[in-house]
Design a protein around this ligand. Structure first.
Ligand SMILES: Cc1cc2nc3c(=O)[nH]c(=O)nc-3n(C[C@H](O)[C@H](O)[C@H](O)COP(=O)(O)OP(=O)(O)OC[C@H]3O[C@@H](n4cnc5c(N)ncnc54)[C@H](O)[C@@H]3O)c2cc1C
Length: 464
């Protein structure tokens, strides 16, 4: 029997547009105009006379960093699963991004390392490279070009409800705005849970996974021409001598305006964050592409970011929650960013919203079906990233997980190990990490058998 979560996941990752888009609302309101909010607004534009995005920051058309998105100074990979959804909702956006300086890296120009060793290349997924403000600006330009979508500049401070338990509006800078449907896209610090609780409803259950990550990112002028780029995106786990003994993840990506964006992430305070010299020095311990990427002039100084935990708010199973209210993006789940799942997850939340709104929902009751679909997506991402964080935490403390979990971890490690030598295993694993296949794919015994055979062949002594 097919796992119903897999079936739902496979439906939600489809890329065709819905066959019918019933008009359901006069005004739909999205709180937060970042990537998750913009993509929700794109879907709502099919179902509402007017969609109003409320955003506290001024939204610059040029794609500058902004206060409401402090993570936007750091490397953001757009995984293939998310890229497909972007192109689904905004056809042609990838071509536009390329025309404006974004870089579409073919598989041959992408390298992933584990423990300093390059992974075998598998599949043909392309990566769209660009800074986070650049990617957001491409999405924003397209969504705000829709005739029925507008932005209202202001701070959302609460919701308005009808007596029979539906959301009927939003408080913006203490003024009231009527709305038939409201989407929370206010990011990981969203106060929605507090708002609904204060109004007498249940708050979603919040799960936190401690991570304690430190990011440091710098931008450098790219000296080689676009024609001579050999590697455009490199990401991996390394142990440079100059860094703390614990795991370091580093990436170097070609981005717009002829720049390299170079990032290092550690689980301890990051010595490379102290100066550009320390940063360049740490890069000298990495594969040569990191030295190449950091030789040009600094175009943007070191930026740091610390995140104590990953968060997941579970809206399923709530028995007393307002109708006409959903949440998307980081407001629902904010993962360990090193797995690069946030934007793709947000894009798939837009798919969940479309599925919900195109299946004649009863809008007088809570959006239970929407939250059930969304949980399939967030669970898929959470299983992988929070699962790896839990394994790492247990390894540090010497804690034994239940036998079944230990077995799953062992199998996953075998698969990861096999990606160093077997392109087919890489293709399967990469599709899951790219949010283009459900994690249950990795539980297929044929995948593990192939991984074990590849690992045995890699360690067998060579004859002759
Ligand atoms: C260091 C780092 C690196 C990351 N790298 C990647 C990556 O490589 N790939 C990837 O896919 N994801 C990555 N992510 C995750 C990614 O940034 C988010 O998942 C993505 O931006 C979607 O976020 P969002 O739109 O839900 O929320 P956010 O981007 O956080 O935006 C929330 C918006 O709501 C607005 N807002 C908040 N409160 C209010 C209010 N009361 N009224 C009005 N407006 C309000 C804010 O101003 C902001 O515009 C990374 C995250 C971090 C921290």
């Amino acid at each position: 029997m097919i796992d119903p979560s897999v079936e739902t996941f496979n439906r939600l990752i489809r890329t065709e547009l819905p066959a019918r888009t019933p008009r359901l609302f006069d005004t739909a309101c999205v709180l937060g105009g970042s990537i998750a909010g913009l993509l929700a607004a794109r879907v709502l534009a099919d179902h509402a006379r007017s969609v109003v995005i409320i955003e506290r920051d001024e939204l610059e058309p040029s794609g500058q960093s902004r206060a409401g998105v402090p993570q936007d100074r750091h490397g953001h990979a757009l995984l293939p699963g998310g890229l497909k959804q972007l192109e689904r909702w905004l056809p042609g956006v990838v071509d536009e991004a390329q025309a404006l300086g974004g870089y579409l890296a073919p598989i041959e120009q992408q390298t992933v390392y584990y423990d300093g060793r390059p992974r075998a290349q598998g599949g043909d997924a392309k990566l769209l490279l660009g800074s986070r403000p650049f990617l957001e600006a491409r999405i924003r330009d397209r969504v705000l070009a829709l005739p029925n979508v507008s932005v209202l500049s202001g701070l959302a401070t609460g919701l308005i409800y009808t007596e029979d338990g539906r959301v009927s509006g939003v408080q913006v800078d203490h003024e009231s705005l009527s709305a038939d449907f409201v989407v929370d896209a206010m990011g990981r610090a969203s106060r929605l849970s507090t708002w609904v609780e204060e109004a007498g409803y249940q708050r979603p259950v919040l799960v936190r996974m401690p991570t304690g990550i430190h990011y440091v990112t710098a931008h450098f002028e790219r000296t080689e021409s676009a024609d001579s780029i050999e590697q455009a995106c490199v990401l991996g786990l390394f142990a440079p001598r100059t860094m703390p003994a614990d795991l370091t993840v580093a990436s170097a990506c070609v981005i717009e305006d002829d720049q390299w964006q170079v990032m290092m992430m550690t689980y301890e305070d990051n010595p490379a964050a102290r100066s550009v010299e320390a940063f360049r020095s740490a890069c000298r311990d990495l594969p040569p592409i990191f030295q190449k990427a950091t030789t040009g002039e600094l175009t943007r100084g070191l930026e740091t970011y610390h995140q104590a935990d990953s968060r997941h708010r579970d809206f399923t199973g709530l028995t007393h929650f307002p109708a006409g209210l959903v949440a998307v993006g980081d407001a629902v789940a904010s993962f360990n960013p090193i797995y690069g799942q946030g934007i793709s997850s947000a894009a798939l939340h837009a798919s969940c919203l479309s599925e919900y709104l195109t299946t004649d929902p009863d809008l007088t009751t809570p959006a239970t079906d929407f939250f059930a679909h969304q949980k399939v997506i967030t669970d898929a991402a959470w299983t992988l990233s929070a699962g790896a964080d839990a394994a790492r935490a247990d390894a540090i403390t010497g804690t034994k997980a239940p036998a079944e979990v230990e077995q799953q971890r062992w199998a996953l490690n075998q698969i990861i190990q096999a990606t160093l030598t077997d392109p087919t295993v890489t293709e399967v694993f990469a599709a899951v990490t790219a949010m283009d296949a459900h994690p249950a794919t990795l539980a297929d015994p044929a995948v593990l058998d192939r991984a074990l055979a590849a690992n045995e062949a890699a360690t067998a002594p060579r004859l002759g």
